[in-house]
Design a protein around this ligand. Sequence first.
Ligand SMILES: CC(C)(COP(=O)(O)OP(=O)(O)OC[C@H]1O[C@@H](n2cnc3c(N)ncnc32)[C@H](O)[C@@H]1OP(=O)(O)O)[C@@H](O)C(=O)NCCC(=O)NCCS
Length: 213
Amino acid sequence: MHILKLKTALNKNPFIKKTLHWLIVPPGEHQPRWWAKNILNPFIHNYQGKIKRKVRRDLFPFQTCEIGKGARVEDFTVLNNGVGALHIGEGSRIGIGNVLIGPIKIGKNCLTAQYIVISGLNHNYQDTTRPILEQGVSTKQVTLKDGCWIGANCTIVAGVTIGKNAVVGAGSVVTKDVPDYAVAVGNPAKVVKILTEKERKIYDFDLSLNQTA
Ligand SMILES: CC(C)(COP(=O)(O)OP(=O)(O)OC[C@H]1O[C@@H](n2cnc3c(N)ncnc32)[C@H](O)[C@@H]1OP(=O)(O)O)[C@@H](O)C(=O)NCCC(=O)NCCS
């Protein structure tokens, strides 16, 4: 809430806004300065989970970033909130080498495997007189509902919602919403099954009791 108030105040004073932006981001760069990342952000963002040391944090103080309690972000992942907020819910696990570009809302206890790209950002491309990189961007939030699992090497595009406890098969490109309890696979990802109430099982997570073989 305090970020919103600050944004409103800054919008009324373009000079201070420009100066502050320069202090946070070097001209022409897409990464915050060291002091913004390491000194300013921890006061503004809510990091309760663990971000491993080799995570690239393209995190800016002027957008939200929340890493919930017990959540874990593995090495070689890129976290970017430059154009939209990042929320990683309690207990969620972000695997090695993911690229997360907000706006993204990841629920509780979600699993993303290795080398996944999730982007709430698209580049505008409709103006054919200019290169795409000069046309700005548009954003639509990607949502991962509680308990879902995204297989390795997937891409999830802007605006998509992955349902509760849904599965996305390895190597899929997800362009449409995936319903709760569904398994979706392929490029473009299609739903191949949805667990009915009868098919759902309850597992006992105490591994010591599960060694039946
Ligand atoms: C999706 C997955 C969980 C299998 O789920 P399942 O419920 O056992 O599904 P099935 O094996 O019955 O497959 C159903 C159909 O989808 C196909 N399919 C399964 N996974 C697929 C994938 N990743 N890409 C494309 N098609 C796939 C199967 O070939 C099968 O097709 P068919 O009906 O024409 O034979 C598994 O294949 C997968 O992709 N796991 C992710 C593994 C991973 O990323 N691990 C990283 C460590 S976390």
